[in-house]
Ligand binder design. Structure first.
Ligand code: BDR
Ligand code: CA
Length: 307
């Protein structure tokens, strides 16, 4: 199983990414970042997810705000708490003492072959690469949920995680590290519908029930914000699966730049699709396809293994 650090901002799809990563990787730890909700909430939500699922992994709180931009959140999709929907228990565990960035740097320096899966704004990851550029060569790679080879969601051109901290994203995309990008063009192929939520609920264990409650809130939020139908894209699980089950995705090498200045395009990932005509060099494996049926079957099977 791959060794994995998960940097996240739970977040409904982040919580599902945690539940997948815990069963299909050697999960070394979880780091949290400001994103879907403020840092105190995303840290609380990560700890709650572990508590509900009985997962043992240290949680380190990281950056409370982006490198340059003001902190922005996504209550329209995730609720003000970041984890709207289920009735949540009292939290009985605390975050580990110490900072997420220090934890990432130390873990990557001490452990061979670590994959960093980053499914929130890239602030912690950028700070770690800035503080310790040597970790770029030590990492097996970074799998990012962020950006898009196509449309945006927070703006017409920009995806939320990159839009929330474009300066951090630029540090990561220019770091020379092996990078996989699971953007909206692929995560919107991993859509979850009401029937799927019913299938998950019927697994009849408390973790599957928690997942089903999350997913029905999330589907409704997407219905209200975007589609008019209860269906939600499982963004963050895609970045975990790109590492744990790479056969489920198809990726292609591309040159990708993060737009920092455009009036209508700040936070956009500009993907060079010119093929042989491009003078740029690929710096990212961009995911273009996911086997939805396979990924969904794996998710349902995994949730069925919790008690
Ligand atoms: C990303 O933004 C968040 O709302 C999700 O958790 C995901 O990481 C999708 O744009
Ligand atoms: Ca996220």
């Amino acid at each position: 199983m791959p060794r994995l650090l998960l940097d996240c901002d739970p977040g409904h799809d982040d919580a599902l990414a945690i539940l997948l990563a815990a069963k299909h990787s050697d999960l070394l730890g979880i780091t949290t970042v400001s994103g879907n909700a403020p840092l105190t909430a995303t840290t609380h939500n990560a700890l709650l997810t572990l508590q509900i699922a009985g997962i043992e992994a240290p949680v380190y709180a990281g950056a409370a705000r982006p490198l340059v931009a003001e902190a922005q959140h996504a209550p329209d999709i995730h609720g003000a708490s970041g984890l709207g929907g289920p009735v949540l228990p009292e939290l009985t565990q605390a975050a580990a003492g110490g900072d997420a960035v220090r934890f990432i740097v130390d873990t990557v320096r001490e452990t061979d072959g670590v994959w960093l899966v980053a499914v929130g704004p890239l602030t912690n990851v950028a700070l770690a690469l800035r503080e310790a550029p040597d970790i770029a060569a030590r990492l097996a790679g970074i799998s990012v949920m962020g950006g898009s080879a196509g449309f945006g969601n927070r703006t017409a051109t920009a995806e939320f995680n990159i839009w929330a901290d474009p300066e951090a994203a630029q540090v990561v995309f220019t770091s020379g590290v092996k990078l996989i990008m699971c953007g909206l063009n692929v995560t919107h192929q991993f859509m979850i519908y009401e029937d799927d939520v019913a299938r998950i609920r019927a697994l009849n264990n408390p973790v599957a029930e928690f997942a089903a409650e999350l997913l029905s809130f999330y589907g409704q939020a997407y219905a209200d914000a975007f589609f008019g139908r209860a269906e939600g894209p499982l963004h963050d699980p895609c970045a975990v699966l790109a590492v744990t089950h790479p056969d489920l995705l198809v990726t292609e090498p591309r040159h990708v730049e993060v737009e920092l200045r455009g009036e209508h395009t700040r936070g956009m990932t500009v993907v060079d699709e010119r093929g042989a005509r491009a003078s740029t060099k690929p710096n990212v494996q961009v995911a273009y396809r996911i086997n939805r049926e396979g990924a969904l079957a794996l998710l349902v099977e995994t949730l069925g293994t919790y008690r």
